[in-house]
Write a protein that binds this ligand. Sequence first.
Ligand SMILES: *Cc1c(COP(=O)(O)O)cnc(C)c1O
Length: 421
Amino acid sequence: MQFSETFAASLDANDKLSAFRSRFFIPEIKGKEAVYLCGNSLGLQPKTVEANIKAELHDWAKLGVEGHVHAKNPWLSYHEQFAGPLARITGAKESEVVAMNALTVNLHLLMISFYRPCQSRYRIICEEKAFPSDSYALQSQAKLNGYEPFDAIREIHPRPGQAHIDEQDVIDAILEEGDMLAMVMIGGVNYYTGQVFDMKRITEEAHKVGAIAGFDLAHAIGNIELKLHDWDVDFAAWCTYKYLNSGPGGVSGVFINEKHASNPKTFRLAGWWGHDKASRFKMEPDFIPIPTAESWQMSNAPVLSMAAHKASLDIFDEAGMENLISKSKELTAYLSSLLQEVQQLPSHKGLFTVITPDKRGCQLSLLFHKQGKDVFNFLSENGVIADWREPDVIRIAPAPLYNSYTDVYRFANIIKQFSPK
Ligand SMILES: *Cc1c(COP(=O)(O)O)cnc(C)c1O
């Protein structure tokens, strides 16, 4: 009954957020709208991006340097517009977030502040199969501080026969490391399995042993509920080109708990854009940090790429993160139940397993026991844009802002039409 185009259309008709789809450009394949399920890799382009960028180009053309003060959105304070929307999406105070740089760069900057090992307290806990950039960053931070990565970093791996990590294993590792533990740094949502970690609990346990808790929110921001301030998270960083639809290489963002940001003793690499605003242009040699996350900014803001970020955050504010999350839960539950039906077809028995645990955001990861690449090619031929992870995983992410129940139905139906060997 639910596995039909008419049923999916009826769900779309009842979806209060369905109109937001028309705010985005949907890519086409062979002249037809693609089923785009890859927002966890690169979010779609809001139609307002072009006008936003053009407005800045116009002000630059007309005003030159004066645009810093006289542009419609003055460049001097351009990034300040994001504090409100980012705080709403991440559950932070406005003083705890700032948009700047790129994600891996920001992870390094934050670890320079918050991974400050000393002789006996130097260990890091992270998850196995973290995104490679995060592993490289952790390894090089360990080396920067004079430690061997294999000694400093403890990866928590899934139990045998499981793809996701048992959260208890993270907690047990924290307790075991005890006063050797300097930092826990985990992806809030694992990019590969789509598993959501209990950031509140991990932060609490890390704090109990005197360690710092930091999270990479690349796959969490714009996807799941975040309450970074209330959870007492120490620091976090994210990129904005995935669920936040801010364009390829779009500006990243960071969260720094106010207890650290307002403490002048917290070490931060300094640059003029982090300096006290009232005296910044006196150009004096001594650094006075702004007592907020903004003091981690070193350079003036990349306004052109931020113009795309602004287009997207305006849409998030209009839609509301709570509404998006509640649609997301239903949309992914619909996907999950259609896939369960497909798995029960005699022809499809044993073809794939969903390795995403129940604690998830919108993404489902399908592990294929055979013919994974054939299925992926079949999906592509039939107008689906999804994500292939060697050797055998297809990741699917229905994004509640622009994906419809019909998208989900079409995807599941194409898998159903595939004839396994
Ligand atoms: C997407 C992603 C990155 C990408 O890093 P950039 O610095 O933006 O290139 C890093 N880490 C994780 C967990 C990601 O999902």
